[in-house]
Design a binder for this molecule. Structure first.
Ligand code: S3P
Length: 446
């Protein structure tokens, strides 16, 4: 599988013997993006170890370079970043190509909103369908102006304002990307930017901003609402960052180990931030045997080793309050539900319709194609589990430029009678380089 191929790369995944071994997964995508962006704003040299070298993060690195940061990877895989200082981003000479990466796009829009520069964003067919109004609305209130394609989509050109207007904003959608975009804009706005977050989302931006020396406070009200305040125009100090393994990538071998009978797999150094750990809670509630060993803190983030043993899972109707803490893990959770005993009902997931693909529709279509009875709902899906009986299999599954759809159906293939064919594995390179090799290392015939 090569990321650079211009032709689709189909692949078939077939029934696996018991999976066994000790593995690590690549670095956390969300933390990697933020590490590059904040290092690029600090004064001096930051050092990043364990950076995810997937296409999405490389798009962020290229954008930060185009706006003036010096970014280099040494022979030991450590990334060194010399920042330009808060407010020091330069006009990039050409449009920024964001590829498939919504996180790069939305967070960078925030950074640019408080600089007096004009930037054009382009992206692939998937990214060009994704809604941007959720960030352009608050950033417009801070003074940025936008000329977007119809429906407030990419390609889009924006002009930032300096000095920007600090914002007091209640998040209308539970989105860490929107929260982070406003915080990044606030870094170079005079005064205090305040965000009210009624439903908590991943808090990597807040943790890392504090690590870099930003003046940021988080207050939690009795109903769980978080109030985040950030004082702008404060210099950031360089940092040495260790990026933990991505729990959203660990999700795939984790579900595979639960589903392939007789398996026992250890995944070391996985990020276990509570705002990301919903899948573990869900799988345990379904009867999954997942142990956490060596819990520790690395670079301001909780981390641990997961020991996952094959388990008989039961269907579930999870509370939609879990959604923000496992938003990217639903596709593979649906595969777990397809092998569980009984029916699972997932609701309150309308956000899945605006991810790299419409993940409710794409999963429903793919699950039907491999012999699973499903009912698609406006805000979720009902899945009839096989009770551990291998799925029929089939395909090719249409992955619609969505890495997590490709990897989810690859896992389904490991517990199938006839194998599952994925129409195109190239999107996997956005977040999980080495995915297929890692399954092979565990004994899968991939
Ligand atoms: C991310 C936030 C989530 C998630 C995405 C990464 C981030 O998106 O789905 O993969 O790094 O902030 P939303 O903010 O749209 O929920």
């Amino acid at each position: 599988m090569t990321a650079s191929s211009d032709q689709p790369t189909p692949m078939t995944f077939t029934a696996a013997p018991p999976l066994a071994g000790v593995i690590t997964v690549p670095g956390d995508k969300s933390i990697s993006h933020r590490a590059l962006m904040l290092s690029a704003l600090a004064v001096g040299e930051s050092r990043i170890e364990g950076l995810l070298e997937g296409e999405d993060v490389l798009a962020t690195a290229a954008a930060m370079r185009a706006m003036g940061a010096a970014i280099q990877r040494d022979d030991d895989g450590i990334w060194h970043v010399h920042g330009v200082g808060v407010g020091g981003l330069l006009q990039p000479p050409t449009a920024l190509d964001m590829g498939n990466s919504g996180t790069s796009t939305r967070l960078l829009m925030g950074l640019i909103a408080s600089h007096a520069i004009t930037v054009t964003f382009t992206g692939d067919a998937s990214l060009s369908k994704r809604p941007m109004a959720r960030v352009t609305d608050p950033l417009s209130r801070m003074g940025a102006s936008f000329a977007a394609s119809p429906g407030e989509r990419l390609p889009l050109t924006m002009r930032g304002l300096c000095p920007a207007i600090p914002l007091d904003y209640r998040l209308p959608v539970a989105s860490a990307q929107v929260k982070s975009a406003i915080l990044l804009a606030g870094l170079n706005a005079p005064g205090v930017t305040r965000i009210v977050e009624p439903i908590p989302t991943r808090d990597h931006s807040e943790r890392m901003l504090k690590g870099f020396g930003a003046e940021l406070d988080v207050e939690i009200e009795s109903d769980g609402t978080r109030i985040i305040t950030l004082r702008g125009e404060v210099e950031l100090q360089p940092l040495s960052i260790m990026v933990p393994g991505d729990p959203s990538s660990a999700a795939f071998p984790m579900v595979a180990a639960l589903l392939v009978p007789g398996s026992r797999v250890t995944i070391t150094n996985v990020g276990l931030n509570a705002t990301r750990a919903g899948l573990i809670e869900l799988l345990r509630a379904m009867g999954g045997d997942i142990l956490i060993e060596n819990p520790r803190e690395v670079g301001g983030e909780p981390v641990g080793d997961l020991i996952v043993s094959a388990s008989s899972l039961k269907g579930i109707e999870p509370d939609s309050a879990l959604a923000p803490s496992m938003i990217d893990e639903y596709p593979v959770a649906f595969i777990a539900a397809a092998l569980a005993e009984g029916r699972s009902v997932f609701r309150g997931l309308e956000e899945l319709r605006v991810k790299e693909s419409d993940r409710i529709a794409t999963m429903a279509e793919g699950l039907r194609a491999i012999g699973v009875a499903v009912e698609e709902l406006e805000d979720g899906i009902v899945i009839e589990g096989s009770g551990g009986k291998p799925l029929t299999g089939g395909g090719p599954i249409a992955t619609r430029l969505d890495h997590r759809i490709a990897m989810s159906f690859a896992i389904a293939g490991l517990i199938s009678a006839n194998g599952v064919t994925i129409d195109d594995m190239r999107p996997v390179a956005t977040s999980f380089p080495g995915f297929t090799a890692l399954l092979r290392a565990l004994g899968a015939p991939a």
